[in-house]
Ligand binder design. Structure first.
Ligand code: SF4
Length: 223
């Protein structure tokens, strides 16, 4: 598998455990707020053998390996890499934008995942304006996670285009019992072109929006 980055020890990427995070290069979306833009094109790659030497050394000290990106489900070597990681005793989490349900189905059917975090970017009709792509596959990926046996979460970066009305529209498309995190949008240079006259929400506003959504979806949280 192609690996563009490695975070050696994260306390926040795997629930209840320490994790190494592998960043896959490339993504089929172009979210204007992406914080991993530097690996979306053709970034320099890490030596996979070296990454595995590191993982072997840390086996038993770290709990999990998180496959993030970019979009890891675009990598043809993903399943093989996960099998190798599991053989070292690690739990595995997949971070995905949900656009490749066929990959998710295959990983779930082989019991290769312990946890998944799926982006839920916007109401499905708004995906093109936020990601540059339509929402193909996202609803199917959500159905697969709902039908599967592993814990999972949805996560939304709350850009200012996502009004309370839009968030309620999004809530209507997910069941009551889904863990859903609203994340603060952190603007970067160049975002002004997308924001126009809109202003980023504060953390307090995200918390207020989460509280409002809890009236209809009790497991929504601000993060
Ligand atoms: S889906 Fe994630 S990695 Fe891909 S462009 Fe959007 S924020 Fe970046």
């Amino acid at each position: 598998m192609r690996i563009a980055g490695l975070e050696k020890c994260s306390t926040v990427d795997f629930p209840g455990g320490l994790a190494a995070v592998l960043f896959a290069p490339g993504c089929n979306y172009r979210c204007f707020y992406c914080h991993n833009r530097q690996i979306l094109g053709n970034p320099p790659l890490l030596d996979e053998a070296e990454v595995f030497r590191f993982l072997k050394k840390r086996a038993g000290l770290l709990d999990a390996v998180v496959f993030s990106g970019g979009e890891p489900a675009l990598q043809s070597g993903l399943a093989d890499c996960i099998r190798e990681v599991r053989a070292l005793g690690y739990k595995v989490k997949l971070d995905t934008n949900g656009s490749r349900p066929e990959v998710l189905r295959s990983l779930l059917s082989e019991n290769l995942l312990d946890y998944a975090a799926m982006d839920y970017k916007a109401p499905f009709g708004d995906y093109p304006s936020i990601t540059g792509q339509d929402a193909s596959g996202v609803a199917e990926s959500l159905s697969l996670l709902l039908a599967g046996r592993i814990p999972f979460e949805l996560r939304t970066t709350v850009v200012p285009m996502l009004t309370e009305t839009k968030l309620k529209e999004m809530a209507a498309a997910v069941p009551h019992n889904v863990k859903w995190f609203l994340q603060l949008y952190r603007p970067q240079q160049g975002d002004e072109a997308f924001l126009g006259s809109l202003h980023p929400y504060s953390q307090g506003k995200i918390e207020t929006l989460a509280e409002k959504l809890q009236e209809v979806r009790p497991l929504v949280r601000a993060r």
